[in-house]
Every structure is written in structure tokens, then in C-alpha cells.
Design a protein around this ligand. Structure first.
Ligand code: ARG
Length: 582
């Protein structure tokens, strides 16, 4: 348990000693530090329960609190607010305890099995900026969940079963009609077939095919037919699809790795649809399917709906399945293979209707038990300066790789150290660029849109990823310089800045709680900035290595190492790597 939670329990006991029972007790951090570091606001509530004057209640509680030498400056304000501060010696104790192991000062949650669906990259199409937020938020949420004791895994959930693949295969068929994949009589092993196609080719083929289909109805029709073929796992077509997936997946993996994003499960929709039979059985059993003009649908509207809720498209009239159905089959597969307590879908907020339909259909068809949580963790878009979703200069969708390179060029300009050159400089710039992108992406509350501002994100000063990395590296180099100085415990502190740092450290569990509750990383991003900037203020105010008071000096070194440890832990939660130098 975190020290803050322990402290809250102790205060609860003290209030009990004063004669009052509070059910749920939390210390509120005060924004008037001069009055007190924390506030206890329960007297008003207790007054109603015990039919006493709140101020009197507060005074009785204060009397008890004053007996405890961990607290100082305990006083009553207004109608019965209690202000309370922590004694210097207690603060030092706390810091030393946390410093022993920063991971113990965390409130673990009930261990739950969670699948986090935050990939969604589409095969044969380059990862684009639209996938950036899924990746950043999802990866960070997964890391946070793991830190808090969940059993969390990430699933890439590749898009590899829809019309785009039908179009790609149609175009390949036109380019290479003699490939054995299109020969009904071919009896050989498809894995031995030579396929003259690279990932670059694929990225070119899709836009080409998609444009052709817009102008040529017959072309589109054949792409549709091909889609039905591989969706029915027809030999040849399905085998080609798998080959395409393999080629594309390698490149997708590389881009995710550059973003420091790693999935435990690499299923695609085509793998998930192998559970269609089980899904169908369940849908038949629960009688949720309705025929509608040759298609099969699932009605999901409820009487209390305020907005229209169209039915879920289960099988289209031409026999192909929709995005909705792949998500239903995925739930069935996950239930069978993982049996999660919760599934979080970290996907663009604009898909909220889709998920509402999928969740309602899953409930109706009883694909999971009622207590399994299905949650769409939606997010806003990254916009350009025009306020519209970020695009390339000519209005196209920007590939993620291009975006990372663009930001890398910018961060490289900011690395001015003489001893970082050439290839090393490029590598460091890339790590910093990813941090810049991630931090900017995680800083706003997740459902908020934000504007891509490359200079601002890359700035070494201000609320940015590079600032956090730079500061953390500086802490590390200070610790290296101080290696010979024996520093074990914090025994002496002076000044308000150190106290600010200490209280920020103590309050970390509040931030983590808030983050997991809202499934947004903004609180952690803000926290990192707050802790780092308080530390930097302290760093500017004092000459740590030159300090003559040895007790103070070694205490400061321990404080530095503590902040460094917390920064490292939280940067890792946000998925930001720290370069050796910059
Ligand atoms: N491939 C989809 C897209 O690019 C995203 C998939 C999101 N995950 C899901 N389970 N539907 O829009």
C-alpha cells in the first residue's frame, strides 16, 4: 500500500478516537499550501450524522491530531475545515522509505485480466497518423495497468479481412494473372510460390486499386467477389491474403517498434473470423439474427435511446461480413482463448457508434458474461493548424513513418552538444522525436483534439517530451558525478522547493488512481512536468556538487536519485525511452 493510503487510514483511526466514524476517508491536497498541505473536510458531513456543530467536531479532531508528531500546523478554518501539514522529520522518513523501492509506493488494484485492443493497423496500407493515438494511449494504458497489478495484454488486431484487401488482390490479379493463387487447378504448396511483391509495392497498390474502383464498376465488383472468396477461406485467395499479411506485418511491426509499442497478441481480423462458426451458433441460440433484404442484421436499438441506433450489419446481402462482425467474432475468440474480465478498445472516438452496436449485440447474444467490461476508450484527433485532422501538404493521409522522420529532423536541430554527431545524433534525435510526439499526444485529456505543432513539441524548454528527457538525463549525470559521495539517506532538507518535491512524490498514488479511473494519461503527463520542473527549480537554486554541508549534500543527492527513479518509472509508463545523452 502507498504511504499516502496508510496515512489516510491512520487519520481515519485518529478521527475515530475523537469519537467519529467516517466511512471513506481521503486527505485532500490543498491548493493553499500556506494554510496547510492537506485538508480534512469531513466535519460538515459528520455534523449531519452526529447532530453536532461542525466546528466543534473539527476542534475535537484537531486535538487528537495534535497528539501525533507526524503532523504540524493543524488548525480549523471557516465552518469546520481542518488544515494539516506534515512535520519535516516525517517527510524525511517518507522520502527515505519511498526511495528504498519506488514500486512499493503504489496502490495495486484488484488483479484483473484485461485485453487492450490498440493496434488496428490495416494490412497493405501504411500505418498513418490516425493510428498514432491508438498506439500511444493504448501502450501507455497497458503499462499503467501492469504497474497497478492488472494482468494486461495488448492485441494488434490488424485489419486484414475487409474490402481494401479485396481491392489489393484484384489489382495483383490484373498485374500477375498467371500466379498459381488464381489457378483453380493448382494443387501445389502456396508457400513455395514466388510472389514478386514487396511492402512498398503494396503501399502503392492500394491507392491505385481504390482509385480504379471509384471509376470502374466492374473492377469494384470483382474486388467485392474476391473479398467474399477470402472471407470464406477459399483456397488460393485466402493463401494470397496470408502472404500479403506477412509482408505487410513485418513493416507494421517495425513502425510500432520505433514508437516503442509492443503487442503480446498479433491476431488479425482474418484469424478472429475463424471463430465465426462459434459466433454464429451463439447468435442462432440466442435468436438475435434478423433477415433484412437478403442481409442478416442484429437489432440493437433500445426504447430509451435518444439518438437513432441502426442495426448491426452481420452479413451483407452479397455474403461478405462487415467490420461489425469481425469485432463480434473477436470477442468470441477472446472469450475462448483468454477469458478476460475486461476488454478496452483504444480507438478513435469517431467509432463510438460502431462499438456501441458491437457491445449491445454481444450482450444480446450473450457472447460474454454480463459482468465482463467492454469499454470503448475513445480519443480525439490530432489536427493540423486548420483545425481539421492532420494531413500532408497535398491533402493526403500522412504515413506515420513520414511523421516520425519530420519530427526527427526538428529534434535533431535541437541537439547541439558537440560530442553527439553523425549516426548517433540521428538515432538520438529519433528517440527524442518519439518522446516529443508521445508526450504531446498524452498531455491533453484523451477525448480532446489537439493541434500538431512541431516546434512547440520539440522544444527543450516547456511542457514537452524533450524537456523531460533532457532533465532526467541531467539528473543521471549528476548522480554519476556524485558516485564517490556516500549518500544513503535524506537527513537534512531546507527550503520550500524541496518540500514541494517531497509532497509531489507523496501524492503520486493520487495521480495514478486518477489516470486509471479515467483511462487517460494526461494526469501522469502533468505530474511528470510538475515533479521535473520543481526539481529543476531546486537544481537551479542550489549547487549540489559544490555544497559544503556534507549532510545537506548527501541528502540532496538521495533526493535527486529519488526523483530520477520516479521519472524513469513514469516515462516508461508513458512509453518514452530515455537516450544515454542528448
Ligand atoms: N482497423 C480499424 C481502423 O483502421 C481499427 C480497428 C480498431 N479495433 C477494433 N477492434 N475494431 O479503423
Amino acid at each position: 500500500m502507498s504511504i499516502l493510503k496508510e496515512l489516510e487510514q491512520d487519520v481515519k483511526k485518529i478521527i475515530k478516537k475523537a469519537g467519529y466514524d467516517v466511512e471513506r476517508f481521503t486527505l485532500e491536497t490543498s491548493n493553499r499550501r500556506d494554510l496547510g498541505e492537506y485538508q480534512i473536510n469531513d466535519a460538515m458531513q459528520l455534523a449531519k450524522v452526529y447532530h453536532q456543530n461542525p466546528r466543534e467536531i473539527a476542534e475535537k479532531i484537531v486535538k487528537e491530531l495534535e497528539q501525533d508528531d507526524r503532523f504540524v500546523n493543524v488548525n480549523v478554518a471557516g465552518p469546520g475545515f481542518i488544515n494539516i501539514s506534515l512535520s519535516d522529520s516525517y517527510i524525511k522518513d517518507i522520502l527515505n522509505k519511498i526511495n528504498e523501492d519506488v514500486y512499493t509506493n503504489i496502490d495495486k488494484k484488484k488483479s484483473k485480466k484485461v485485453i487492450i485492443d490498440y493496434g488496428g493497423a490495416n494490412v497493405a496500407k501504411a500505418l498513418h497518423v490516425g493510428h498514432l493515438r491508438s498506439a500511444n494511449i493504448g501502450e501507455a494504458l497497458k503499462r499503467l495497468a501492469l504497474l497497478l497489478g492488472y494482468d494486461a495484454v495488448g492485441d494488434a488486431h490488424l485489419g486484414d479481412f475487409g474490402r481494401p484487401l479485396g481491392l489489393v488482390i484484384k489489382e495483383i490479379k490484373d498485374m500477375y494473372p498467371d500466379l498459381p493463387y488464381f489457378d483453380e487447378n493448382y494443387k501445389g504448396d502456396y508457400s513455395e510460390v514466388e510472389l514478386p511483391i514487396t511492402n512498398e509495392d503494396l503501399e502503392r497498390i492500394y491507392p491505385l486499386a481504390s482509385n480504379k474502383a471509384k471509376e470502374d464498376e466492374a473492377y469494384l465488383e470483382e474486388a467485392r467477389e474476391i473479398t467474399v472468396k477470402f472471407q470464406q477461406y477459399e483456397r488460393g485467395y485466402y493463401d494470397l491474403l496470408k502472404r500479403i499479411v506477412d509482408i505487410s506485418k513485418e513493416d507494421i511491426k517495425k513502425t510500432y517498434e520505433e514508437l516503442n509499442v509492443h503487442f503480446e497478441i498479433w491476431n488479425g481480423e482474418s484469424d478472429e473470423m475463424k471463430y465465426f462458426e462459434e459466433l454464429n451458433e451463439q447468435c442462432e441460440k440466442t435468436k438475435v439474427l434478423t433477415d433484412s433484404e437478403g442481409a442478416k442484421i442484429i437489432e440493437v436499438a433500445k426504447e430509451e435511446d435518444k439518438a437513432p441506433m441502426p442495426p448491426l450489419m452481420y452479413i451483407k446481402s452479397n455474403g461478405s461480413v462487415s467490420y461489425d462482425t469481425t469485432d463480434l467474432a473477436t470477442i468470441v475468440e477472446r472469450k475462448i482463448n483468454v477469458n478476460p474480465d475486461e476488454i478496452w478498445y483504444v480507438v478513435d472516438g469517431r467509432q463510438s457508434l460502431h462499438f456501441e452496436q458491437v457491445f449491445r449485440a454481444s450482450r444480446r447474444a450473450k457472447l460474454v458474461e454480463d459482468d465482463v467490461v467492454l469499454e470503448h476508450v475513445g480519443f480525439g484527433t490530432m489536427n493540423g493548424k486548420d483545425g481539421k485532422p492532420f494531413k500532408t501538404r497535398d491533402g493526403g493521409v500522412m504515413p506515420l513513418k513520414t511523421l516520425i522522420n519530420l519530427v526527427s529532423e526538428e529534434t535533431e536541430k535541437r541537439i547541439t552538444s558537440e560530442d553527439i554527431q553523425g549516426e548517433e545524433k540521428k538515432n538520438i534525435a529519433k528517440i527524442v522525436a518519439v518522446a516529443a510526439l508521445k508526450y504531446a499526444d498524452l498531455l491533453p485529456f484523451r477525448s480532446t483534439d489537439y493541434i500538431f505543432e512541431i516546434e512547440k513539441f520539440s522544444d527543450l524548454d516547456g511542457k514537452t517530451g524533450p524537456y523531460l528527457l533532457y532533465s532526467t538525463i541531467r539528473m543521471k549525470s549528476l548522480l554519476k558525478k556524485a558516485e564517490k559521495i556516500s549518500a544513503k539517506e535524506i537527513t537534512k532538507l531546507k527550503g520550500d522547493t524541496e518540500k514541494d518535491i517531497a509532497l509531489t512524490i507523496l501524492n503520486l498514488p493520487l495521480t495514478l488512481d486518477k489516470a486509471i479511473e479515467t483511462k487517460s494519461l494526461n494526469e501522469i503527463a502533468e505530474y511528470l512536468y510538475k515533479l521535473t520542473s520543481s526539481y529543476n527549480k531546486f537544481y537551479a537554486e542550489n549547487k549540489i556538487i559544490g555544497e559544503e554541508d556534507e549532510e545537506l549534500q548527501s541528502s540532496w543527492i538521495v533526493l535527486t536519485s529519488l526523483v530520477y527513479k520516479i521519472n524513469t518509472m513514469l516515462l516508461d509508463v508513458l512509453g518514452m525511452s530515455i537516450p544515454e545523452k542528448m
